[in-house]
Structure formats: C-alpha cells, structure tokens
Design a protein around this ligand. Sequence first.
Ligand SMILES: Nc1nc2c(ncn2[C@@H]2O[C@H](COP(=O)(O)OP(=O)(O)OP(=O)(O)O)[C@@H](O)[C@H]2O)c(=O)[nH]1
Ligand SMILES: [Mg+2]
Length: 395
Amino acid sequence: MFTDRARIQVQAGRGGDGALSFRREKYVPKGGPDGGDGGPGGDVVVVADPDLRDLSGFRSRRRFAAGRGGGGGGSGRHGATGSGIELRVPAGTQVLDSDEQLVADLAHAGARAVLAHGGPGGRGNRRFATSTRQAPRFAETGLPGEQGEYELRLKLLADAALVGLPNAGKSSLLRRISNAKPKVADYPFTTIQPVLGTVETDERQLVVADVPGLIEGASEGAGLGHEFLAHLERARLLVHVIDVSEGDPAERFEEIDRELRAYGNGLDELPQAVVLNKIDLVSEVPAFKPVNPRVQRVFAVSCATGGGVEGFRRALFELCAPAPEPRHDDHGLADFLVYRPKPDPRRGYRIFRTDRGFRVVGRPPSEEELERALREAGAKKGDDVEVAGEALEFR
Ligand SMILES: Nc1nc2c(ncn2[C@@H]2O[C@H](COP(=O)(O)OP(=O)(O)OP(=O)(O)O)[C@@H](O)[C@H]2O)c(=O)[nH]1
Ligand SMILES: [Mg+2]
C-alpha cells in the first residue's frame, strides 16, 4: 500500500530544572549558591530522506515525544540536552497544521524543519545571586516543550508523470522505459496507486510516475484519479498517453486536458508530451495536431511491439531539462521552501518570586489571567514584576 498521508502528534521534551545548591567547602561555613541550569528539552524535527518512497512508516506509530532535559547540578553543572527525535519522511512531504496551513515543505532530500522546540531549561540558583540576596533559595523549573498535531502529505517528486484515460497503456509504457514493473491488464483502473520508475542513460536519471487513470470529472472527485492529481503538481513534464485504437486522439486528448485545467494548481501550465500508443492496432497512425500550445512533442509508439519507444525514451531527457540544484544554506543543508513556526497556545508559563517581586517566564495566555495568577501568588501593589525581560510595576 502506498501511503501519502499521515497524521502525527509531536511533543518536544521538557526543559530540565535548575538546581538549588550551595557550595560546600571545608572551613567555609556557608558557601555561595552554585546550582547549575537545567538542559533544554529535545526537539522534534522532520527530515527528508532520499531513500524513502512513501509515508507508510507512520501507519504503525503516530505519537512522537522527544526526551526531557537533564536537571542542573551542584558546582554549576549544566543539565544535559534532551534527546531529540528525527522523523524521516520522503522528499516531497509537506507538513500542515490543524488549520491546513503549510508549516514546512520538504521539497528535496536533506531539507529539515523543527516541528516542536524543546522547552528551555530552568536557571539554577547561582544565577539569582545579587548583592542584596546572596543565598537565593530558589531555582527555576524547566518549561514544557512545544506540542502539536500535524498532517504529513506527500506530493511525489517526479521529472515526468504519465497521465491518460484508463487502459491507455501508461503502465505498459513505464515497464518499457524504466526499471519499474507496474501491473498491466486489459481492464480499466489496473493501477490504483502511483508507481515511480527510474529511466537511465549513462549520465542522467529521470524519475517517471505512473498515476492511476483519469476519467471525466476526475477534477471533481470521479474515479481514482482525483486523489492522485495532487501528485502531478510537482512533475516537470506531463506525458499524456492516448490509445489510438479507441478513436479520434484529439477528443481523447481534450477529455483529459479539460480535467487538468479544471483541477488547476499549476497542472494547466506544465509542459506536455503526447504519446499516441497502440499503433500496432491501427493501419495508419491517425493525424493529431495539438491545439494546446503547451504540447511540446507528439510521439507514436507501440508498447506491445516496442516500436517508437526508444525514440520516446531518449527524447524524454531533452524534454526534462536537468533539475535545478537545490539551494543550500550555511549549514550545508538543503533548504526548504516555507517554514512558519506556530506558537502553541497551550504552552505553559511560570511565576517566580524574586528579591523585589516576581518574574514571569513563558507565555501567559492573557493579561487578565496573568494578573489573577500574580495576585494568587501574593503580588501586591507596587511589587516589581519582570515579564519577558521587562520590569513592570504591579498595580
Ligand atoms: N495491442 C496493444 N496493446 C497494448 C499496448 N499498450 C498497452 N496495451 C494493452 O492495453 C491494456 C492496458 O494497458 P495498461 O498499461 O495496463 O494501461 P494503463 O493506462 O496503465 O491502465 P490503468 O492502469 O487501468 O489506467 C493491457 O492489456 C496492455 O497489454 C500496445 O501498444 N498495443
Ligand atoms: Mg496502469
């Protein structure tokens, strides 16, 4: 089974707690504070892995939680960073949040995006020592890591995709030109999930996708084709396969082209090649003059006898210019197209007592809620409250 969608829940690790500790030395009755900071929680990251073909790995498991950060220690020791989780997905995977917004687009191998950041570690008590408070008896606890629910959606990355009516001979053509062996049979909808094949010359490789047959109304959900139209979006060339033994190729061409236009999403702008197939069944190859200016070339082949197939195979390399190299960022990682981190409203916050008042760490949901919480914590008029590094006065 080819899996192109998966829902996952991710939870980054909680930050480790800061330590509450005092130095103990011989002959020093009261050592200073030496509690170290907690380590940050582990992140949950998605990475595009060139060896993966689909998202079937996410069928058995959908919850992923990274490790929590280690607690700080005495003598200023830092807590360990929580162990992160790397979710491997095939290149071409998009990540959407619960509002169907694109969060990350892992458009090529090596692209990565953080889905949930680990919570920061708490500060140890030695960080709170001041001239007026030399022995702070408090330390911060670590904060929870981000969490979220996402949908993974794979859109196949192929150089060329074969489209056409059921039974046109798409799978037969892929068998002829590539290493793939999709099922071929004398009935419509033999192919029910996309198949990728690799077409090779000495120098280059092309990935060609065989997509289930399209029928009239596919753009509105008829047949199996609609589900897979999305997989065509990232192809660089559409190869439209037409069975010439079934009548006027122009009519059959138009039937599919209409669906591509109706679906939109760039499919109506992709360059096309037309393959007139099953010429062994007709006495004469019917004339076909494409009216659509996006059709670059027309081929006549027989997948049964192999006639014309080699010419088409070679021409594919001209029609699919070498793919642009992915851009790399400073870290040598292939970048991704979009990344919009979304703050998690459930993320916690904490209130700490300080020498002169209170300090708020994290993101409180609202000002009113924060005010109530501060009052509960004992804040009085005139107390200093530090929020997000800013010193305010409680009123
Ligand atoms: N005579 C002849 N038969 C062909 C040729 N190409 C394919 N066929 C036959 O046509 C039938 C359909 O071929 P497929 O390759 O399964 O067609 P498809 O377009 O993949 O069909 P779906 O997966 O159902 O959409 C099979 O019986 C093939 O053997 C050809 O060039 N000549
Ligand atoms: Mg097929």
